[in-house]
Design a protein around this ligand. Structure first.
Ligand code: ZN
Length: 98
């Protein structure tokens, strides 16, 4: 690899990670128990969950801007706003049988 190629790759790498960081801010607030439960969900499933939350305004599954999570009984409740229209949306994650 040439030095130029290396610098180019480094630049792309840094840009990519800077972008990832930007997306992660602001971090959603999770109660400790909710955080623990959420971390038990595989990463790919977490993405699927957050990318398709029912919005009562849009009447479709929409990406959720995740704001907070808490446990209600044994279910994890994720709250945030619809990325399309900005209205409140929530998603309940039922307990898994273990
Ligand atoms: Zn909406």
């Amino acid at each position: 690899m040439t030095e130029e190629g290396f610098l180019k790759a480094k630049e792309l790498f840094e840009r990519y990670f800077a972008k990832e960081e930007e997306k992660a801010v602001p971090l959603p607030k999770f109660a400790p128990a909710a955080k623990k439960r959420w971390e038990q969900v595989p990463e790919w499933a977490r993405k699927e969950i957050v990318e398709a939350v029912w919005c009562s305004q849009c009447r479709i599954g929409v990406p959720l801007l995740l704001r907070e999570g808490e446990m209600i009984g044994r279910s994890l409740v994720l709250r945030g706003t619809c990325k399309k229209c900005g209205s409140e949306a929530a998603r309940v994650i039922e307990p898994t049988d273990e």
